[in-house]
Write a protein that binds this ligand. Structure first.
Ligand code: ADP
Ligand code: NI
Length: 214
């Protein structure tokens, strides 16, 4: 018999078959692996961590007219369809509801060990080598310049200005990516973030050096 996790993997792959590069199946797979990796140290509920990691971007509000209920509802309906316990479904639903970008800067009302693990794994995918690649992919998609020395990064962007910014992609490092290290929840997450953060700093040093022709 096919395991519930394998069924979920198949469902997510199929649903995200036409997703854009930043939130495709491979993003989900990385978050899933990283969450399982962190969970080896944190000992959260394995099923909750797996389902939440796999289903966390099933219907991103950004691509669904801002609808923040669609993702959690789709996740819950799917888990019901494969007969998962009510308690696990409710927990997974709460995690997905509270993991959106909005909630990552605003204080969220719900938390749990499993939520912290999956959120760390998702944030880790925005930093380090992969994070750099994702940022420039996003910037290219939005037709942004790589860097413009005349346009300074802004601190503490709220959700609206964050969405509407046309700033160079390098600014995104200062506005979000370099801040993520200090937002990690778990010890295991912090350790991975530390390493990825250093790599981004090294990357930026080289970037400016090359910008000057050196
Ligand atoms: P999440 O991973 O929480 O869904 P987003 O949807 O905001 O986060 O971003 C998806 C990816 O696109 C991330 O790697 C993020 O760093 C990148 N990204 C988002 N906004 C920008 C931006 N203004 N400039 C460059 N990269 C961005
Ligand atoms: Ni994600």
């Amino acid at each position: 018999m096919q395991s519930s996790i394998q069924k979920t993997i198949d469902f997510v792959k199929e649903t995200l078959a036409h997703a854009e590069a930043g939130h495709d199946w491979f993003h989900i797979e990385r978050v899933f692996k990283t969450a399982q990796n962190i969970n080896q140290k944190e000992n959260g509920n394995e099923l909750v961590v797996a389902f939440a990691a796999l289903l966390h971007d099933i219907a991103d509000p950004k691509f669904n007219n801002g609808d923040e209920t669609l993702g959690p509802n789709m996740a819950a309906a799917f888990l019901q369809s494969i007969s998962i316990d009510e308690e696990i479904i409710n927990h997974v639903k709460l995690i997905i509801q509270n993991m959106s970008f909005k909630n990552s800067f605003e204080q969220s009302s719900f938390t749990s060990k499993e939520m912290q693990i999956v959120q760390d794994a998702d944030r880790l995918d925005a930093i380090g080598a992969i994070g750099i690649a994702r940022a420039f992919t996003y910037g290219g998609f939005k037709n942004r310049v790589l860097y413009d020395p005349a346009i300074q990064p802004q601190q503490h962007l709220d959700k609206e200005s964050y969405k509407n910014t046309t700033a160079p992609t390098i600014n995104h490092f200062y506005e979000k990516l370099l801040l993520l290290k200090d937002m990690m929840n778990t010890e295991a997450g912090k350790a991975i973030a530390e390493e990825r953060h250093k790599f981004m700093e090294l990357y930026l040093t080289h970037f400016y050096r090359e910008w000057e022709g050196n």
